[in-house]
Design a protein around this ligand. Structure first.
Ligand code: F6R
Length: 606
């Protein structure tokens, strides 16, 4: 995830900005840059690759000035290049850095280009710089200009703006992407998190979604979306914050749930080639040689494999077996027709998964490691690597790594299907477009916290709960149940809705919470009648569903809807309310959300 830093009032600030960027390296990046104002002119340095390249460029020609902003970029819109690296400058007067996605950037860009603005990058972010130029040209002051810009843009963002016309302030705003303001003695700072600022100040103000602020050397003025000034209290962060901070959220898990639009967008970018097509990081020839896939993983990652099986088999017509890693390792599997193993692991260190991947290699299968930690053992030992770019996941319960895994697996399924001639370019492109829309839909689903809170309150009173889903939502039902039990210690089981009548329906009793997952897919009608049976026997149905599927249901006691989406992507989108429900239930129960009892983040024992 991109990193943002900034300083105002700090003598020759480019050195401290570079230090701040180094502290954000953990988030991952492929290019970087810093811009300052000196002698009424904007001075810019950008570099592709590691920060050492930016450091070298700055040593050659130092940037002077007491106000500046900097950025580490992970490409989403536009390839990795100097031109696409941030900061972006428009008309030599306004510089911006941005984290997130401006969803309506194409429309805005077309309007601005028609009005004579010249763009110099392929990014969505550059529109921000031009929008501020336009607003200042219209005579608006910084606060009014910011409101006008915020009114026009859609999407997730944290951004910072610096303008020649206002050389004593930084303008910042956030919605769904983190941003912290640091208050120093004679200077103020901004950073994607408090760690970026830990060498400068411990006094930090966290902006809330839709806030914007004017940051000057002597303090900050924060405004709510409607322009009303608001007081966001400063907090003193720990002297040496950990590797990653909570960004003003109560728990890492809550923060990581909110990071999913970014995690998905960056994982999608990692699976997109220089021609803008989905890729599986392997040649088409290598893909064509895949006859069958064994997927090995544990816990949440195992449920991701089970959802992916629906995609890979239906799109690419390649047989898939999903194996619990700890079981596969000690079986003597008959591997035909499988010639490829995919080991899926957030940490890349789960010993069960590593051993299963090694076992697959011994059985003669080529191995693909799908990991979130690129330096992990699984990544180093696999023949091929598929990366998720979710950034560090600290909460023990996996959230953003799960949806990032699903994103990468769906991209892989599309690339495999195309290489095998099972789908044509048009279908591949149509699915690609759906995946591109996903970060924004997930952003909308993140607005469900308030709607889910009373449902979580009810659920927290239960001793037991069932989760039901059909088709690709069946593994998500098991994942939802795992989230609930590990976080809130409430017993929960996930079942295939159609299996209920073969036994589990005996568990239904008056008021038993039944969390029902529903999408407008090919099995909706059948899934719905399975749920009706549970309801008729007294089960209290909590429906997590797409809006149009929910319209068919009249028997639920609570209905939580996500936006309508292509059925292929429904498991990714419906995962969001399932995570929020488990999170809020655990908060209600007062359990240790980030470190549930008996659990470790990375399980390195068998
Ligand atoms: C549950 C959870 C675990 C992990 C499992 C595998 O929320 O996080 O079930 O998914 O321990 O971990 P990785 O993916 O690191 O191999």
């Amino acid at each position: 995830m991109c990193g943002i830093v900034g300083a105002v009032g700090h003598k020759q600030c480019s050195d401290v900005l570079l230090d701040a960027l180094k502290r954000l390296e953990y988030r991952g990046y492929d290019s970087s840059g810093i811009v300052t104002i000196h002698d009424s002119a904007i001075a810019l340095k950008r570099a592709v690759g590691k920060l050492v390249n930016l450091d070298l460029a700055l040593k050659e020609t130092p940037l002077l000035g007491d106000i500046g902003i900097g950025h580490t970029r992970w490409a989403t819109h536009g390839g990795v290049s100097n031109e696409n690296a941030h900061p972006h400058v428009a008309s030599g007067r306004v510089a911006i850095v941005h984290n997130g996605i401006i969803e309506n950037h194409r429309t805005i860009r077309a309007r601005l280009e028609a009005a004579g603005h010249q763009f110099s990058s392929d990014t969505d972010s550059e529109v921000l710089a031009h929008l501020f130029v336009e607003a200042f040209d219209a005579g608006l002051d910084p606060a009014m200009a910011t409101r006008q810009v915020l009114d026009e843009i859609d999407g997730a963002y944290a951004f910072a703006v610096m303008a020649i016309d206002h050389p004593d302030l930084l303008i910042v705003a956030r919605n769904a992407s983190p941003l912290a303001l640091g208050i120093g003695d004679d200077a103020c700072y901004i950073g994607s998190d408090a760690i970026a600022l830990s060498h400068l100040t411990r006094k930090v103000v966290y902006l809330k979604d839709h806030d914007y602020a004017l940051v000057r050397a002597d303090g900050v003025s924060v405004y709510q979306a409607d322009g009303t000034p608001v007081n966001r209290e400063a907090v003193i962060v720990a002297a040496s914050p950990g590797l990653v901070d909570k960004g003003g959220y109560r728990h890492y898990m809550e923060k990581e749930i909110h990071e999913q639009p970014d995690a998905i967008a960056h994982s999608l970018a990692a699976m997109t080639n220089e021609y803008g097509r989905l890729t599986a990081q392997m040649s088409d020839e290598a893909l064509r040689s895949i006859d069958g896939i064994v997927m090995v993983a544990a816990g949440t990652s195992h449920y991701a494999t089970q959802i992916a099986r629906y995609w890979i088999e239906s799109l690419a017509r390649v047989p898939v077996a999903c194996e619990v890693a700890s079981e596969f390792h000690y079986r003597q599997p008959a591997t035909a027709p499988y010639n490829t193993a995919i080991a899926i692991s957030q940490s890349g260190e789960s010993l069960d998964t590593l051993m299963a991947m090694r076992h697959a290699a011994v059985c003669g299968l080529q191995t693909i490691g799908l990991v979130n930690v690129p330096s992990s053992t699984i990544a180093r030992e696999a023949d091929f690597v598929l990366p998720t770019r979710a950034g560090p996941e600290i909460g023990v319960a996996s959230t953003k790594a799960f949806t990032a895994q699903l994103t990468v697996l769906l991209c892989f399924a599309v690339a495999l299907a195309r290489a095998k001639g099972q789908i044509d370019e048009a279908r591949a492109e149509a699915i690609h477009a759906e995946i591109q829309a996903l970060p924004s839909l997930v952003g909308k689903a993140l607005g469900l916290f308030d709607a889910i809170r009373p449902v979580a309150h009810q659920l927290s009173q239960a001793k037991s709960a069932l989760y039901l889903g059909r088709g690709a939502l069946y593994p998500l039902a098991m994942e939802g149940a795992l989230k609930l039990k590990e976080l809130s210690y409430i017993h929960a089981e996930g079942f295939a809705s159609g299996e209920m009548k073969h036994g589990p329906i005996a568990l239904i009793e008056e008021d038993l919470p039944v969390v029902a997952l529903l999408a407008a897919d090919a099995v909706m009608a059948k899934a719905s009648s399975n749920l009706r049976e549970a309801s008729a026997r007294g089960g209290k149905i909590i429906l997590l569903s797409e809006a149009r599927a929910a319209a068919e249901v009249d028997y639920a006691s609570a209905v939580i809807t996500v936006p309508d989406v292509d059925p292929l992507l429904a498991p990714i989108l419906i995962a969001i309310p399932a995570q929020i429900l488990a999170y809020l239930t655990a908060v209600e129960k007062g359990t240790d959300v980030d470190q549930p009892r008996n659990l470790a983040k990375s399980v390195t024992v068998e």
